[in-house]
Design a protein around this ligand. Structure first.
Ligand SMILES: Cc1cc2nc3c(=O)[nH]c(=O)nc-3n(C[C@H](O)[C@H](O)[C@H](O)COP(=O)(O)OP(=O)(O)OC[C@H]3O[C@@H](n4cnc5c(N)ncnc54)[C@H](O)[C@@H]3O)c2cc1C
Length: 777
């Protein structure tokens, strides 16, 4: 006999009223809710799991990735950066790969949720139906909290669907797509000839642990059995990192991602145990290495990659990231490659083409994308006027989802959706009209809150710093760096990065080094080269103007100088090139064409804002050696880190360094903003360097970025005397906002950097100054 259904409370459901209700607490939903609440909206976040974070949580353990995996200085900023910086600062655990996220991350998220004013949340609570005012407006969502036997009705002005599956939009009757578009529909390079219902599969991850002694493993009889090494090693399923991860333990077709979730979970469990059996007991390459390893954790919440994509005001196709379309309603950026797993996962011929074919393949060249802008219109429902969406359920094609779905990107989409929802409240318009009527407000708010938009900069009329003049105690002069350099000479050595071998550094392909030239002249460039042959070698060199450090065109069409360098046999020789260039400031790239007998040495220091690239084919380059700096010297040194950089309106290296940087040896560097007439200041915000260069999982436990100011103070000048208004010790965050103890009428503000976390120079990207109180305070 079947048990009767659980009785639900007989009383009418609890009713709560908000400005914004966010459904689904993955990173998109989490950032949406925090953003809306911070800006002033009474917000509720409803999440059906006990911990926030969705796939990134300790229940699933997918590592958040984003644009910095492929592009230098492309880490996502804003709320996601605060969270990930905090996690690295607090966590004792290495996050080297999927499978390793622990509860520290969950608690960082929980801490932020619990500390955010105006943010309510219901965990373990599922949205199961919607109430409509009429066909184009949601009145409320109905939720159920099974462990509390409680039903709620959550009313709001704006709803944000971050469920991943687009459940709210589906319940509200919105149009959606699910499956793969045919090439004929949008002419996307990655689209197959035929349309189909194919989507990427779901996964569970595993984590293993070294036990210190042999650890036997016997799989259950119902586990899958693997016996063929080529299934792993030739089809993009490399099991050799035995500590865990294995994103390719993936099952999708023929099961349905949503409706067959439980069947998929069971299949994934069978296969995960079978894969571990292969590693432990069968793989001739790994079983010795795995002898003392035991299976420590296995996920039981399938991480989903793809299901419904809700129709928005715009459908983003693969062409947009590939062409870097400039959208007037740009609200975020992406930079992951077009990452399309083979439908079927473990049941398919290979996992994902690039993993199977390699990073240097033609497929990889075709799939490299970004950084590119993302428009707000893909977050705004086409069918319901008070519905936004963020996360993997946004308005994109299957191919475009390949790049936007990674979680640092979805977190940016979430922050934008939350900010747009709040703009709708302040402008008293439905969310659907924000794209047309309040987009500049949304963009400027996002920039003020630390986000980066590739094609927009700070133009906030309320920012008083923009009216100030700037001077500083000193200025770093860009002279170059070589193999012998250490950060004491003004660069930054990367923590934990193995140096490339001499062989790795051979010029097998064209390579380029970005140089921020300040003008008015550059007499000589030197490059440190080794000629490994016994005869003189020739290398063609060009100096080209670029649009910025992500301008990957091999030929930009703006050559500033060109020559052929003669390289005699021998190691580590500084080869001079008399460029005699004169001109205005330019973001240039020094390229050396391929000659495999010659090595262009990687510098021992990373010069801030100066990454390098390597050609992937005849037209395109890509980041080389994880944002290292190749050796160069400039004569005379260039003044690209001057104090005025902090008013450029951009908070990371791009078409200029956008960074004020002091001379190493300036013990307590300071920068001063001065106004011709006194201004009244209520709050100040500073954006510091750090946490931009590389992707998050290359940062070690308890990490403090060496470039970030640790101790600093802010003084205001009144009647010719300086008064301290802010003093901070032990900072490690990149963006700090300070409400002054009381409004100050002042004609100058000075920020003094007393200590960094190791960098001998002090540096700041931006200072903003405002009257009144911060938004939402
Ligand atoms: C194994 C695997 C590896 C991946 N690798 C990477 C990687 O390395 N890096 C990376 O950044 N991305 C990776 N991805 C992709 C990424 O994890 C997803 O695209 C991303 O999680 C999407 O974010 P989201 O916020 O939209 O959804 P989710 O993270 O899925 O969050 C949505 C949340 O909403 C909740 N929810 C759903 N329905 C309801 C409801 N009705 N009521 C309340 N709550 C609800 C769900 O429980 C879920 O937790 C990977 C995905 C998988 C599965």
């Amino acid at each position: 006999m079947m048990a009767p259904p659980l009785p639900m409370p007989s009383a009418a459901p609890d009713e709560e009223i908000y400005d914004v209700v966010v459904c689904g607490g993955g990173l998109a939903g989490f950032c949406a809710a925090v953003a809306a609440a911070r800006q002033g909206s009474r917000t509720c976040l409803v999440h059906d799991r006990p911990v926030f974070g969705g796939n990134s949580s300790s229940e699933v353990r997918v590592t958040p990735h984003g644009a910095a995996q492929f592009h230098a200085y492309a880490r996502e900023t804003g709320i996601i950066s605060e969270l990930l910086t905090e996690e690295r600062a607090r966590n004792h655990e290495e996050i080297f790969e999927n499978g390793w996220t622990n509860s520290v991350w969950d608690m960082v998220l929980y801490d932020m949720a619990a500390s955010t004013p105006r943010l309510a949340f219901h965990l373990n609570t599922s949205v199961h139906s919607v109430l409509m005012n009429h066909a184009r407006e949601i009145a409320a969502v109905r939720t159920r909290t099974p462990a509390a036997e409680r039903e709620r009705v959550l009313r709001a002005t704006t709803f944000i669907d971050c469920t991943g599956d687009g459940t709210v939009a589906h319940l509200a009757g919105c149009t959606w797509r699910m499956g793969t578009e045919a090439a004929g529909e949008f002419q996307e390079p990655h689209a197959p000839p035929q349309a189909s219902g194919d989507v990427m599969g779901s996964s569970i991850l595993i984590k293993t642990r070294h036990t210190g002694a042999p650890a036997p493993y016997r799989p259950p009889a119902w586990a899958a059995s693997y016996d063929d090494a080529s299934f792993f090693y030739q089809q993009g399923r490399d099991p050799s990192e035995i500590r865990g991860g294995f994103w390719w333990i993936e099952i999708g077709m023929p099961w349905h991602t949503i409706h067959d979730n439980e069947a998929i979970r069971h299949e994934l469990t069978r296969h995960a145990l079978g894969v571990w059996d292969w590693i432990k007991n069968k793989d001739p390459r790994l079983k010795g290495k795995a002898l003392c390893y035991a299976l420590d954790w296995i996920g039981q919440v399938p991480g989903k990659r793809e299901s419904r994509r809700i129709a928005g005001q715009y459908l983003m196709t693969e062409h947009d990231p590939q062409n870097r379309t400039v959208f007037p309603d740009e609200i975020a950026f992406g930079g992951w490659f077009i990452d399309l797993h083979t439908p079927g996962g473990l049941l398919a011929a290979s996992s994902e083409p690039m993993a199977a074919l390699g990073q240097d393949s033609a497929y990889a060249a075709k799939s490299y994308a970004g950084p590119y802008g993302i428009p707000l219109r893909i977050l705004v429902s086409r069918d319901v006027d008070n519905l936004l969406m963020a996360g993997r359920n946004v308005s994109v094609t299957h191919a475009a989802l390949g790049t936007v779905r990674v979680m640092n990107t979805t977190a940016l989409l979430g922050q934008a959706a939350g900010t747009a929802a709040d703009a709708a409240r302040r402008h008293r318009i439905p969310a659907a009209r924000v794209t047309a009527e309040a987009i500049q407000d949304v963009q400027q708010t996002l920039l003020r809150e630390g986000c980066f938009l590739p094609n927009f900069r700070n133009q906030d009329p309320l920012d008083l710093a923009r009216q100030a003049t700037v001077r500083a105690s000193s200025e770093f002069i860009l002279g170059g760096a070589g193999p012998e350099s250490t950060w004491a000479s003004g660069g930054l050595r990367w923590v934990g990065t193995a140096c490339a071998t001499l062989d790795d550094q051979r010029l097998v392909r064209r390579r380029g080094q970005w140089l921020h030239l300040s003008g008015p002249r550059l007499e000589t460039i030197e490059v440190c080269l080794s000629n490994l042959s016994t005869v003189p070698q020739r290398v063609r060199a060009t100096l080209q103007k670029t649009d910025g450090i992500w301008d990957y065109r091999v030929e930009t069409g703006a050559t500033l100088a060109a020559t052929v360098l003669e390289v005699p046999p021998g190691e580590q020789q500084w080869i001079p090139w008399k460029t005699d260039w004169e001109g205005e400031a330019a973001c240039a790239r020094l390229d050396l064409e391929a000659n495999p007998e010659v090595v262009w040495h990687i510098s021992g220091a990373i010069v801030p804002g100066h990454p390098c690239a390597q050609a992937i084919d005849g037209e395109k380059m890509r980041r080389y050696q994880q944002a290292a700096t190749l050796s160069f010297r400039l004569h005379p040194g260039q003044l690209c880190y001057g104090p005025s950089q902090i008013l450029s309106g951009v908070t990371r290296p791009h078409s200029q360094t956008n960074l004020w940087r002091s001379r190493p040896g300036d013990a307590e560097p300071w920068i001063t903003l001065e106004w011709p007439q006194p201004v009244e200041l209520g709050w100040v915000q500073a954006t510091f360097p750090g946490h931009l260069l590389k992707h998050y999982h290359s940062y070690p436990p308890y990490f403090r970025d060496p470039q970030t100011p640790k101790d600093y103070s802010i003084h205001c000048r009144q009647d010719g005397h300086w008064h301290e208004v802010v003093r901070v010790e032990g900072n490690y965050q990149q963006r700090r906002r300070h409400r002054l103890p009381a409004p100050v009428r002042t004609d100058a503000l000075r920020c003094t950097l007393h200590a960094t976390h190791g960098d001998p120079s002090g540096a700041i990207y931006e200072i903003r100054c405002y009257a009144g109180t911060p938004p939402g305070d």
